[in-house]
Ligand binder design. Sequence first.
Ligand SMILES: NC(=O)c1ccc[n+]([C@@H]2O[C@H](COP(=O)([O-])OP(=O)(O)OC[C@H]3O[C@@H](n4cnc5c(N)ncnc54)[C@H](OP(=O)(O)O)[C@@H]3O)[C@@H](O)[C@H]2O)c1
Ligand SMILES: [Zn+2]
Ligand SMILES: [Zn+2]
Length: 333
Amino acid sequence: MPSFTVFKGSKEGKPVKATTTKPDELTGDKCLIKITASGLCYTDIHYKTADMALGHEGVGVVEAVGPDVKQLKKGDRIGWGYQHDNCGLCKLCLTGQEVYCPERAMYGYADLDQGSFGSHAVWREAFLFKLPDELTDAEAAPLMCGGATVWSALTSYNTKPTETVGILGVGGLGHLAIQFCAKFGCRVVVLSGSDRKKDEAMRLGAHEFVATKGKDKLEVSQKLDRLLVTTSAQPDWAQLTAIMSPGSTIHPLSVSGGNFTFPYGFLIEQGITVQGSVVAPRQIHKDMLTFAARNGIKPVIQEFPMTEEGIQDAIDKLEKGEVHFRAVLKPQL
Ligand SMILES: NC(=O)c1ccc[n+]([C@@H]2O[C@H](COP(=O)([O-])OP(=O)(O)OC[C@H]3O[C@@H](n4cnc5c(N)ncnc54)[C@H](OP(=O)(O)O)[C@@H]3O)[C@@H](O)[C@H]2O)c1
Ligand SMILES: [Zn+2]
Ligand SMILES: [Zn+2]
């Protein structure tokens, strides 16, 4: 009987160790995974007070496979992300938009008994991704949500390499978006609260860097064709209109409550597209791993132990904006 450790949220917002027990036999295409690394995404912060297992940037090794598993075998290195299942039959599933399937099983509201903070998990083979050799377990973990999300926003909506693309917020998502956009051939403009992250943003591939705090009016040397918003809170949308080209696209990616409030006249008169996006369909996710491996794209990571204290420390640092640039939890051997 697979019984394993998970780390759950709690009313006080502290990670607590617990045990999950799964049925004796692995059924269908389920695989038992031994977790070797997990990223900490800002979305985990939204669930830290929930009674559920935390973590959705998982990496591990296949330990056992169910009777219908076709490709994976014991010992394979795999990763998984935010989505664990969908119906596989609806129009959205059949047209590559499975992340919007009405029956999607996603972090936060399905499979609450297991996550990527823990010792093991049991997932369907169909939702696991084989990892390229070029990436270590710790490097692959942040790609499972953060990397997949920005890559999908960038590649699912016809971005051209000739575009000037803005990245707002240099955190887990943002620092990967800079690298993907730069390797894609785009001109990359990074907008960050202060100058603190300038050198690193330029090293990762930015062509221009703008510090936003305290500025009434934003200025860039060339207006943006596209903007990926990767801040952990919604930005001042009205302020951003000054740097958007006519006909440009804004991708709000931040998870945030409240409404989207945007200057209506600007939207109409300048023909602006607002395109939301959530994580990545599986083929896009696979393409992202291939592209990252081929182009040497790797997250900048800070490792923490996969213990109650280690997770708490990583959460505290993420909330204070002190993580450089993605926290990765590693089980203690
Ligand atoms: N759409 C999706 O599918 C999806 C997937 C994953 C994550 N998300 C969401 O994407 C957002 C970013 O996640 P992340 O893991 O990259 O977070 P993160 O590592 O904390 O990065 C967010 C960045 O936003 C800026 N920031 C911090 N506090 C802020 C505030 N109060 N107001 C405005 N900006 C602030 C900081 O960048 P600077 O210092 O450069 O200003 C920070 O590094 C979160 O809201 C997360 O929930 C969405
Ligand atoms: Zn479906
Ligand atoms: Zn995430």
